[in-house]
Design a protein around this ligand. Structure first.
Ligand SMILES: Nc1ncnc2c1ncn2[C@@H]1O[C@H](COP(=O)(O)OP(=O)(O)OP(=O)(O)O)[C@@H](O)[C@H]1O
Ligand SMILES: [Mg+2]
Length: 622
C-alpha cells in the first residue's frame, strides 16, 4: 500500500455502504411453540451475522384489496439496515418525513409532528414477545416506527462486565442494601451469562427506539401516553430523551449501554407480522393491529378445514350484518358456491333482493308446505330424530315414540301417515294409534297446518336461496325454520359433493331452545363437512350455545367462533364455556358493533369486521 493514500482516502475505502434488506413479518403469536423457537433461532442468527445495525419496523395505514374493493388496514414492513452484505432480499431505504425543526422533546416534520422515545429500563424479567405487544389500542398513529439498534461486542469485554457484576453482588451482600437498579442489572447479567454459557449466544449491545408521528401536537401527546402505557404493561419503561430527538430520528449516535445477547434479543419478537390471511380467503376485517383477517372456509390444507361458524352477539352487535358481508364476499370470490339462508327476521330477503335466485318471504297465512314425513323418508336425518322433533313440539308421551318412528318409516307423506293412523285407530285395541293420531291432528289443523301442508318452494337449480319468515309467532318461527333447515339440507345432499355450499341460520337461539331441533343442527354440523358445506348459526347470547348437549356440540364443531358484544349475564359462560381470558371477557362486554373475538382453529384474535360505506347503507337493520 502506498504512502500516498492519505487517511482520508483510506477512510473512504473502508467506509461501508449502508444496505437495506427486506425481512418477513413472522406471526409469532400464531405459531406453535416449536415453530416459534425455530423462528427465534433464525432471528438470533440474523442479528449475529449482521453484527451491527438496525431492525427497522414501520407501520402505516395501507390498503387491502379484496375483489376490487379497497379496505383500510395497517401494513407493517420490516427491514434490516446494516453495512454487512447479507444473503437477503434487498429493499429501498424507507421513506420517512424529513425533519423541519427540532424541539427539545419533539420534532416538526414536513408532514406534521414526530416524537422519539427510548426504552431505558426493563422489568427484571424479559416478557417473551414484549416488543410485539407494544402497540396502540385506542388510536392508530399515521406512522409508527420501532427501531432496534444493535451491535455485537467482544466476548472478553462481557466477561469483564460480568465479573464486575459479581464484585458488586459480593459488596452488596456485605452491606445488605440492594437497589432495584443494581438488582435488575444482576438479573440481566445472570441471564446473559446463561445465554453465553448454555446457548452459545453472542453478546450484543442494544437499544429500542420508538417513533410516533401525528398530525397535531395534541395527538402526539395522547399517542405518547398510550404508547408509554402499553410498553409499561409489557415490562418496558419508555422515556422521551431531551435534545437528541433528531439524532435518534436519523439513526445516528451510539448504541447505548444495555447489554444482552442475540438469543435474548430475539425473544422480544421484533418481527411480529400478524396477518391471518388464507389463500382465497374472504376478507372479514382487521385485527387489533389493523392487519387483515381473511378466511377461506373451504381451504383444506394439512388436514385443516374450517367450514363451520358459530356467531354470537347481543342484539345490535352486528351478527346479521357480518353474515351478509361474509356471504356477499364469498359469492363474489367463489362464484360457483351455493348459498341457502334461513332468515327468521327476513333481513336477508331485503339485503339481497336483486341478487337472490329465489327470495321467498313466508308471511302469516302463507303455506310453507314442508312435510316432515316426506323429509324423514329422504333419510337426511333419521326417522328417530324427526320423531323426537314431533314429540317435543306436540308434547307426545314418550311411550308413543316406538309407533311414531315406525309410522314415519312406513309412510312417505304426512297425508299417508295420518290416513294410515286413522285406519289403524279404528281397529280394536288400537288406543295407542288413536292417541298418536290425536296429537298429530294438530299438524294439519290450526296454525301449524301452514307449516306442514301445501306445496314447498322449488329450490332446484337455484344457487342463492333466501327463505325468510315474517311472523311474530315464535312457535311458527321455530317449526318453519326447522323444516326449512331440513329442506335446505336435503337439497345440499343432492348437489354434487365437489361444489362449495353454505347454509346460514340467523336467529338460531330459539332453535337451540328445543333439544330435538338442536340435535338436528348438530347433525348438520357433524355431517356437512364431508359435503363441502359450511354451516353458520347465529345466536344472541353465548348461553344459547351452552343450552344442551347438542347446542354445545354445534359450538364445538364450529371451526370459526365469532363472539361479538355480549351482555353481563354472559360472563360465566364466556369464561367457562368459551374459555376466554379475563381480558378477553372484558373486551367482549365493552365491545362495539362488528367488534369481537374470533377464534379460528387454534388461533384467537380480536377482530373488527370491516364494512364499506356502501355495505353499511345496504345492510342497515335499524
Ligand atoms: N361492522 C360494522 N360496522 C358498522 N356498522 C355495523 C357493523 N355491523 C353492524 N353494523 C350496524 O349495526 C346495526 C345492527 O347490526 P345487526 O342487525 O347486524 O345486529 P344483530 O347482531 O344481527 O342484531 P339482532 O340480534 O337484533 O338481529 C346495523 O344497522 C348495521 O348496519
Ligand atoms: Mg340480526
Amino acid at each position: 500500500m502506498s504512502f500516498l493514500f492519505g487517511s482520508k482516502n483510506n477512510g473512504q475505502k473502508t467506509a461501508q455502504k449502508t444496505r437495506y434488506y427486506r425481512l418477513e413479518g413472522i406471526p409469532f403469536f400464531l405459531l406453535s411453540p416449536e415453530d416459534r423457537d425455530m423462528k427465534m433461532k433464525e432471528l438470533s442468527t440474523l442479528l449475529s451475522q449482521a453484527e451491527r445495525g438496525y431492525i427497522y419496523i414501520s407501520r402505516a395505514p395501507g390498503e387491502y384489496e379484496f375483489e376490487g374493493t379497497k379496505f383500510p388496514i395497517i401494513t407493517s414492513s420490516f427491514n434490516l439496515i446494516t453495512e454487512k452484505e447479507m444473503d437477503l432480499e434487498t429493499a429501498e431505504p424507507p421513506k420517512r418525513p424529513k425533519i423541519k425543526k427540532e424541539h427539545a422533546k419533539y420534532l416538526q416534520t414536513m408532514e406534521g409532528y414526530a416524537r422519539v422515545l427510548v426504552s431505558y429500563r426493563y422489568s427484571t424479567r424479559i416478557y417473551e414477545g414484549a416488543l410485539g405487544r407494544v402497540d396502540f389500542k385506542q388510536m392508530n398513529p399515521e406512522l409508527f416506527e420501532t427501531i432496534i439498534q444493535f451491535q455485537k461486542i467482544p466476548q472478553l469485554s462481557v466477561r469483564n462486565y460480568l465479573n464486575s457484576l459479581e464484585m458488586k453482588k459480593m459488596k452488596m451482600a456485605k452491606y445488605a442494601n440492594v437497589s432495584t437498579a443494581v438488582e435488575e442489572m444482576l438479573t440481566s447479567g445472570t441471564q446473559l451469562k446463561k445465554d453465553i454459557d448454555e446457548e452459545a449466544a453472542e453478546p450484543i449491545k442494544f437499544r429500542f427506539i420508538f417513533v410516533i408521528h401525528a398530525k397535531t401536537l395534541q395527538e402526539l401527546e395522547s399517542l405518547t401516553r398510550e404508547l408509554m402505557k402499553t410498553a409499561q404493561e409489557n415490562g418496558m419503561l419508555l422515556d422521551t430523551p431531551c435534545c437528541a430527538q433528531s439524532e435518534l430520528y436519523n439513526f445516528e449516535g451510539g448504541v447505548g449501554y444495555r447489554i444482552s445477547s442475540n438469543v435474548s434479543l430475539a425473544k422480544f419478537y421484533p418481527l411480529v407480522g400478524f396477518n391471518l390471511v388464507e389463500p382465497n380467503g374472504i376478507f372479514l376485517g382487521t385485527d387489533e393491529k389493523g392487519a387483515p383477517i381473511s378466511i377461506n372456509p373451504y381451504l383444506a390444507t394439512n388436514g385443516r378445514q374450517n367450514p363451520h361458524w358459530a356467531i354470537t352477539g347481543t342484539t345490535g352487535a352486528g351478527k346479521t350484518t357480518t353474515g351478509a358481508a361474509l356471504i356477499d364476499r364469498l359469492r363474489r370470490a367463489h362464484g360457483e358456491i351455493y348459498v341457502i339462508i334461513i332468515d327468521p327476521m327476513s333481513n336477508y330477503n331485503r339485503f339481497f333482493t336483486n341478487e337472490a335466485d329465489l327470495n321467498i318471504v313466508f308471511k302469516d297465512g302463507d303455506y310453507v308446505g314442508l312435510d316432515p314425513v316426506a323429509l324423514a323418508a329422504e333419510g337426511v336425518v333419521s326417522s328417530g330424530d324427526i320423531a323426537d322433533f314431533l314429540i317435543e313440539s306436540y308434547g307426545i308421551p314418550l311411550e308413543l315414540r316406538g309407533i311414531l318412528v315406525s309410522q314415519l318409516e312406513q309412510n312417505r307423506s304426512l297425508k299417508e301417515l295420518t290416513d294410515n293412523l286413522e285406519s289403524l285407530a279404528s281397529k280394536k285395541f288400537a288406543t295407542e294409534y288413536r292417541k298418536l293420531e290425536n296429537f298429530l291432528l294438530n299438524m294439519t289443523s290450526g296454525a301449524d297446518k301452514y307449516v306442514f301442508t301445501g306445496t314447498p318452494p322449488n329450490l332446484k337449480g337455484k344457487r342463492f336461496i333466501i327463505l325468510g319468515l315474517q311472523t311474530e309467532d315464535t312457535r311458527k318461527k321455530r317449526l318453519a325454520a326447522t323444516m326449512l333447515m331440513l329442506y335446505a339440507y336435503s337439497l345440499i345432499n343432492k348437489l354434487p359433493r365437489s361444489v362449495e355450499k353454505l347454509i346460514l341460520i340467523d336467529e338460531a337461539h330459539f332453535l337451540f331452545e328445543y333439544q330435538s331441533v338442536a340435535k338436528i343442527i348438530a347433525i348438520i354440523y357433524r355431517t356437512a363437512r364431508a359435503l363441502k358445506t359450511s354451516m353458520i348459526t347465529m345466536t344472541q347470547l353465548i348461553q344459547h350455545f351452552n343450552m344442551n348437549q347438542y347446542s354445545k356440540e354445534a359450538w364445538q364443531l364450529a371451526d370459526n367462533k365469532l363472539i361479538l358484544k355480549q351482555e353481563k349475564e354472559a360472563k360465566d359462560d364466556l369464561v367457562n364455556f368459551a374459555h376466554l381470558s379475563e381480558e378477553e371477557v372484558d373486551y367482549v362486554l365493552k365491545s362495539s358493533r362488528g367488534r369481537g373475538i374470533l377464534r379460528t382453529g387454534a388461533i384467537t384474535t380480536r377482530i373488527q369486521v370491516q364494512l364499506t360505506e356502501e355495505e353499511k347503507q345496504r345492510w342497515r337493520t335499524e
